[in-house]
Structures are given as C-alpha cells and as structure tokens.
Write a protein that binds this ligand. Sequence first.
Ligand SMILES: [Zn+2]
Length: 502
Amino acid sequence: MTPRRKLVLCVIDAMAPAMLERAVKAGDMPVLGTLMERGLYVPDCVAAFPSVTPVCAASIVTGAWQDQHNIPAMNWFKRDENRYVEYGSSFRASQRVGISRQLTDTVYNMNRSHLAADPLTIFEKLDDAGVRTAGTTYLMYRGRHRHQPQRDSALTRLASTLLRHPVMGPRELFYADIFASRQAPCSSTLGMPGVRDRHSGCVCAYMVENDLFDFLLLSLPDNDWYSHKRGPEGQLRSLASADLQLARIMDAGGGVERFLEDHAVIVMADHSQVPIEHKISLQDELNDLEVLLPTRPSNRGSGRGDKARIAVCPSQRAAMVYVLAEHRHQELRSDVIRRALQIDGVDLVMWLERDPYGAPQQAVIARPAVGELRFMPGHDVRDTRHARWNVAGDLSVISAQLDGHVLSTPVYPDALGRVWAALLCETSGEVLLSAAPDYEFVDWGGQAHVGGGSHGSLHASDSLGALVMYGIDSTGQERSPWAIRDIASLIELHFGVGSPAS
Ligand SMILES: [Zn+2]
C-alpha cells in the first residue's frame, strides 16, 4: 500500500472569499493562488451559527454543530454554575469577568468540560488510529497526548498559579508559550495579536524539517484581528502575511512543488466578516427586565445576582438571552422576544417551542415587521443539504425560495439546519438574535467594532468563508453548499479512519 500523503489543515480566521480572490489576483498570495489553481476552490463554505470562532472551531474539529458539541457562542451563560462564560470577545470583556477566569475557561475548560466528550475531535480519532497528530495554538486542541505547561515561558511566569495544569492534546502541541512538546526555536511573545501567525509558521516549519506529523492543524488567527480592526478590506494585507507563513512552511519542506508531492493541504476560513457601522447594546435595551451583571469570581454575591431575571450574552453579531427566573418563565421569554423585535438592527429573533413534556416541538424565526416562520424536522420540504423539514408561516422571513419541494435560503445559508442546531444546543439561551448587516452587539466590556469588521450572524455576509482543497479526494463527498463541519470527515477519509459521512 502506498503511504498516504501527510495532511495540513490550515485555518485562516475570517478569510473572506472576496478578499482572498482580490489578494490572489493582485499576486499577493502566490501559495494560495497555486492551491486554488490546482485544487478545488469553494467560495461559499457555510459557518456555524452563531458564526463566531469558538462555535466554528468546535464544528471544524468535531464535524458537528453545537447541538452535539455544546460550544454555543463567544459569550454564554453556564446554568449549572450560574455564571457567564467569556472566551475573549475583547480585552475589556475579559476584564469584566476577570482575566484569570477568562483564561481558565478559554485555555482549559473549553476543551476539558465545555466541549462534549462525544463527538470525538479529529485529533482524538487520528490519535486512536496511530496517525501522528500535531497542532499550533488553536481554541480546540483536545487529543490523546498529555502535555505539561512550560515552566519558563513569559506567559506561564505571568500566570504561574493559573496555567499549571496539563492538557490532553495532539501528539505535538505548540500552544502560545504555554505548551510546547519540543524545544522549537520559536517564541509566541505572549500570544499577542499580530505575531501569532509568525509563531505558528515558525513551529510548523520546525515540524516539517523534523518530520514530526502526518496530520497538522495550522492556525493563522491574525487575519481576524486585522479585519476586526480595519474592516474586511484590511484582510488584503493580513492574508498576504498568512500566505508568507504558508510559503515559509513549504520552504522547510523543499519548496512548494516538493511539499505538495507529499502533502495534501486544506486551507479554510471558519467564517467571514462584514463592515460594522452601528452597535446595539442589548444589555441596555433589556435592562429593566433585571439583567444579570457579570462579576469577577472574587465579587460573588455583589450586583443583583439574586434578583436577576435574565442573562444577556452578546457574541459579536449574534446574541443569546437566557431566562433565569422560574416564576412566570414563559411570560418573561415572550417579553424578551417582543422587545427584541423592536430593537433597531435586530434582523432575526429565534426560539424553540416545546410540548408539555419539554420535548422540542417547533422552532420559530421571527423578523421585525415581516412575520414568523415555524419549522421542525419533517417531510414537506428538502433543503439544499438534503435535510427534510415541515415549514409553516412566512418564507420571506428568511428570503427562502421554494422550487417544488426544494427550499433554498441563499441569504441565510443552510438557515433551518443551523438555527435548529443552535436552538437544540443544551447550553444555548432561550432566545437567539442575529444582527442585520452593519450592526454588532456591544460586548460585556462595552466594545464593538464600529468602523472595523465583525461576524456572528446567520446572514450570508459573515457566514460564507473561503475553502481551498488540494490533494484531497472529495469524490462522492460533494456538498451543496459545503459547510465547515464537512471537513473532519474528509480528513478521516483521507487517513482511512472512521466511516464515511452520512
Ligand atoms: Zn473574530
């Protein structure tokens, strides 16, 4: 049997198809240009909803949406601990919940307890099959190999009491300055934005030179940071920098031609971004419903924790509301929905209706001044991903088109499947919101990216990312549209692990 090619999965955070195409056309991304020319280019790979990095990263590594993997958003309310979880919407938002709590949730708890044990991650599946796995700093790293934190890095010195626990990751793990399975000559400078790609490129070049992996997850996150700051146009520069890191890694393997002889490569976005002009403060809009305020662990008991009736969780261009009060729970939820539909910039409001026994009955998507669409898994119509649904109400709510029995929703890609997964997710809030293009929800640190870019909504504008595949056999796997959760099964197939996707 001929040995399989090694495989590099490169996630370029927020890589917008239009920006990729422009940068390639301008000759600023020679490596991506080559991969697109020789491989398969998909300009409309569908993100999870909310289209934010934690949800998408979990979907990429598990091949599932959050109804299975349980990572619901960038900011969410953990019911069993009666507190907010904040993965780092902004530095100020992290300060608001406490930096140590945010770091513990993001570095440890996200993989250890927030992410469902089943489904397995791609690292775990490949580790179990004896494939040599490797990963750079990425939100999702859960694998079968134990890694002790570095004792002597700047970051671990800064937070020595916090970052002292081992983690289970891929065979080779280089995570900021915290975990390093080997002494590579690379520093992550505290994982600061703008230099993280260089750290990823450095450790990957080292791993290529030393033949340390069969499967590598290479994360290049800086593009998202530049795009938030400068707007999607800013990606032209940061995508060119990302391409330089790919070139550096391929150079370590003898140059592009030589590298591609023994490596398959997938380069993908987790989501895209749109320019932001307006902000919505959902916390203020719903304030008189008694919103729970985030408190640092040391301040427990302060604020209005006991009488708070709702928790508000902004995740960039999506948001969730949790109804905390048991008394008049339904009325309170209706109140939240009614008010949400009156807020400028709220595009869609979504919730789940349950039968008297608590079983999910139907999902509702409502749009201000338009109406409601109700749906549930069923038989009446088939969406473009071949899922079947019963639908009732106003199709114009999601600009859906019905051709015979085929329902397409190009403005809100894979709308029914993604909304259903978000609503069924046991850690999601009771009411979900998606912002109109140009709008973003202010985070708990009071920050939004007005004048820059953002993402998170159900809308195509930030839900459709770029996907490029070279050396991957996707025969019989063609999807219309492709989604980020399809990639894990392609990787399994490549290594002959697991069963073909259904
Ligand atoms: Zn982002």
